[in-house]
Write a protein of this length. Structure first.
Length: 146
């Protein structure tokens, strides 16, 4: 075994130790609730969310293949400049949806903080992601023209 392989093995074992510790701490509180959350989120993602976003992406790719002139702006393909902010914003919505959508939670009781600013903050972060992505695309188009 080479030195690099040894280092990789040690890193892998360390990550297993950290993951095992996190699992023990997580399951110590409510193992049935954690299991239900895990199964529910796996089913929700695999049966609902994945077909939805994969289908939308495939539809957009199909549309761009039928109309190749739409696939690039200034000679730069724009698809990933849309995908990245959509995915990041969607993940933030998925993780923080109870607070963003103001569903009943124990957040206020547990933290003492109000749950009101989450929707405007998520909208601001989403807008910033799209503005940043558009600015990067514009910079790329500008450098390509030179």
């Amino acid at each position: 075994m080479t030195r690099r392989e040894s280092l990789q093995t040690v890193a892998l074992l360390a990550s297993f130790i950290v993951a095992g510790y996190a699992a023990v701490r997580l399951l110590a509180g409510d193992p049935v609730g954690v299991g239900a959350w895990f199964v529910g989120s796996a089913i929700g993602h695999d049966l609902v969310l994945f077909p939805l976003y994969a289908g939308l992406d495939a539809l957009l790719v199909l549309l761009l293949r039928r109309h190749p002139a739409w696939a690039a702006v200034g000679g730069v393909p724009w698809m990933n400049y849309l995908r990245v902010p959509v995915v990041v914003s969607g993940l933030l919505l998925l993780v923080w949806s109870p607070l963003i959508l103001r569903l009943p939670t124990e957040f206020r009781a547990a933290s003492g903080l109000p749950d009101q600013p989450f929707l405007p903050h998520w909208l601001a972060v989403t807008a910033a992601l799209f503005v940043l992505s558009a600015a990067i695309l514009l910079a790329r188009i500008t450098t390509k023209r030179r």
